[in-house]
Write a protein that binds this ligand. Sequence first.
Ligand code: PLP
Length: 361
Amino acid sequence: MGEQRVYNFAPGPSTLPLSVLERAGAEITNYRGTGMSVMEMSHRSRGFLQIFEEAQEKLRRLMHIPDNYKILFLQTGASGQFSMVPLNLIGRTGRADYAVTGNFSNTACQEARKYGKVNLAATSEDRNHSYIPAQDRLKLDPQASYFHYCANNTIYGTEWQYVPQTGRVPLVCDMSSNILSRPVDVSQYGLIYAGAQKNMAPAGLTVVIIREDLAGHALPSTPLIMDYQRMIEKDSMFNTPPCWCVYMLGLNLDWVEEQGGVEGMEKLRQQRSRLLYDTLDGSRLFHCHAEEGSRSGMNVTFRTGCEELDAKFVAEAAAAGFVNLKGHRKTGGMRASIYNAMPVEGVVRLCDFIRAFDKNN
Ligand SMILES: *Cc1c(COP(=O)(O)O)cnc(C)c1O
């Protein structure tokens, strides 16, 4: 079944473990003797509730999520959280801090401006988001209701290597593209969110981990569907949740556990990213977009400096079975997304390909 699969370096939706896809395939018409697919189950049925609760429990176990945090399974993507976060959290003081280190954090920041006074606590725009500002460069507003940042900048290929220290101001973090790839001390955060389609499951599911006391302060105009408190009360079932994606998340979390949990994922992340950065640094042709010390372990952005050569690389790589390596238009060049489910073998082979291309061009 896996024979003709390619190495898929797409930024999201992205590659999933083959064993997870095979298990979903085996269960697709008849889930464990129920005579139906998970896609056909009532979200209120006992069978589905078990899938749902187990997925929550597995995530809590893997990320060591403390009891005073709720796990929500929502829709509308990480982008939905750009609105939901300020709608629910900015009301306490009417102010919030935003660090802008890429495209998504910029969109989140602009969205929050609709709902309160936003302080630009840091920006890396001056060098095309090729770095993460240091702690001593953060301009913090002590009156902020929260501090928002994006842990891994999927488009630019940079990643925060430290957790911002903001005193008593709660941290809100977009972890869409690096969740489950490294240990995180959840208790340092007020709220963590992630679109599932990068590192967890198919598109359509958004995971929110929220400290209980932060909910219940939504602006009066907050739509019901965007109210954390309402979603907590209804255990994410105010409306129909993305059932199939939650099931897929559960299978993927089983796989993460089998690989040694988040600690296992971190080892693999280090192996993959070291291989790739070493190969690029050792080449004649290629240069990385991200500055040393800010480089992402998940999205590796690089280019030759010559557009025709970049295009040639992307085309020849695709022909050799390494697909979706074209970079985002904001950085140009190439981007290899090497999420949890990318086998180390895929990166080893890509490095061979890069070395050969470097020699022949
Ligand atoms: C992909 C991505 C988003 C947008 O996610 P959607 O689920 O498409 O809304 C937001 N933030 C980060 C860091 C991302 O990688």
